[in-house]
Design a protein around this ligand. Structure first.
Ligand code: NAP
Ligand code: F7E
Length: 342
């Protein structure tokens, strides 16, 4: 019988790539989708025709228990979150509820459905394997570079704080109940399916608009911030590998190379044959209340223990995104319509 996976955040960037990867591996894939008329769900159904949909919301404990009871998954991937860092200052409580408390509700649903009761000795934790989408934003104001699985957390946003809660809770359910519950501490990963609000996609869309004569400038915030950017299609493979490992452990996933937003902008404009300095305008209102200045992964543990390595380089990623957005806009596509995802 096919192994069954349940993915929260199925309508997001990673949900789509992970679903495709698991379908290729022969899984029966279920996606948890929220809302009674969520337009992203019908678009997702067009792209991922083989994915089955179960209704549920990370804010609603009962809906998660029902989803786990119905799907009877072997593996649960918790990718659902409020994931845009600036929004986490505007809606801090909602971010805590979805991105933080949502992890507790999902773990509880698995615990209850597996029949694991409080007070049982570790090791009895049921058969369902759980993946939590932790984030390099937990490192925040970094204490060392590069960052590895032992680097201390100092989150700089309500998003980072909520992710740290989910991370420690996943570890705690592993230790308390013997559950196979792991966190992937993923650094920034991007693709042509990335939300238009994140800087890489904002830049690739901005370049495409300027190249096609649809815009004359691109407004950006802090150009000096540095990130470790990789390709989402590579990173979802690491999520799957973590749940196939012999032991439940957490892993840092990234490329080990850091670039500034300025370098990202240079690369993207030059991929379209443009000089960025003629078009980019910096805007103080786009700066964050507390910035994460730099993030750079040390992915050695994942390489050695999981055999995972990123395949797509920074330059290839930027070129891929710019080319995809040039095609999308030239064909009159809508960047906010996921049914046009490549
Ligand atoms: P994304 O594109 O923003 O997708 C977020 C998903 O969460 C969407 O499917 C969204 O569904 C869902 N969601 C929001 N609120 C929900 C709720 N109340 N109940 C259930 N689902 C809800 O994010 P992503 O880039 O794919 O990232 C996936 C996960 O990895 C997130 O947890 C993110 O925080 C984490 N992460 C991402 C990165 C990165 O660089 N991409 C790095 C580290 C960690 P709707 O369509 O219904 O809104
Ligand atoms: O910002 C700077 C900004 O919004 C990257 C999420 O997936 O990765 C992502 O979080 C950097 C920041 O991603 C603009 O100040 C400059 O320093 O693309 P971003 P993020 O905040 O790093 C982590 C790992 C996650 O877990 C999150 O879910 O770019 N920046 N100018 C800008 N950023 C944006 N969005 N827009 C600008 O105009």
């Amino acid at each position: 019988m096919a192994r069954r996976a349940l993915i929260t955040g199925i309508t997001g960037q990673d949900g789509s790539y992970l679903a495709e990867h698991l379908l290729e591996q022969g899984y029966e894939v279920w996606g948890l989708a929220r809302g009674q008329a969520n337009p992203r769900v019908s678009r997702m159904r067009k792209l991922l025709t083989e994915v089955r949909v179960v209704r549920g919301d990370l804010l609603d404990q009962g809906s998660l228990i029902s989803a786990v009871e119905r799907v009877q998954p072997d593996e649960v991937y918790n990718l659902g979150a409020i994931s845009f860092v600036p929004m986490s200052w505007e809606q801090a409580e909602l971010t805590a509820e979805v991105t933080g408390m949502g992890v507790l509700r999902m773990l509880e649903a698995i615990r209850v459905c597996s029949g694991v009761s409080r007070g049982v000795s570790p090791g009895a934790g049921g058969q369902i394997r759980f993946y939590q989408a932790s984030s390099s934003e937990m490192f925040g104001q970094v204490s060392e570079t590069p960052q590895n699985e032992r680097t201390a957390f100092h989150p700089r946003s309500p998003y980072g704080v909520a992710k740290a809660y989910g991370h420690f809770l996943t570890q705690n359910y592993r230790e308390s109940y013997g559950m196979f519950a792991v966190s992937g501490i993923l650094f920034n990963h991007e693709s042509p399916r990335r939300g238009a609000e994140f800087v890489t996609r904002k830049v690739s869309l901005g370049v495409a608009r300027i190249k096609l004569g649809l815009a004359g400038e691109l407004r950006l915030g802090n150009l000096e911030a540095r990130r470790d950017w990789g390709y989402a299609g590579d990173y979802v493979k690491a999520m799957h590998l973590m749940l196939q490992a012999g032991r439940a452990e957490d892993y840092v996933i990234g490329t080990g190379r850091m670039k500034s937003v300025r370098e990202l902008v240079e690369a993207a404009f030059s991929a379209a044959g443009l000089d960025w300095e003629q078009y980019v305008v910096t805007d103080q209102t786009l700066h964050r209340p507390a910035e994460v200045d730099l993030l750079c992964a040390d992915p050695k543990k994942a390489r050695v223990q999981l055999g995972w390595e990123p395949r797509v380089s920074f330059d290839e990623l930027v070129a891929m995104m710019v080319e995809a957005d040039l095609r999308l806009l030239a064909d009159g596509g809508d960047p906010h319509d996921d049914s046009s995802w490549p």
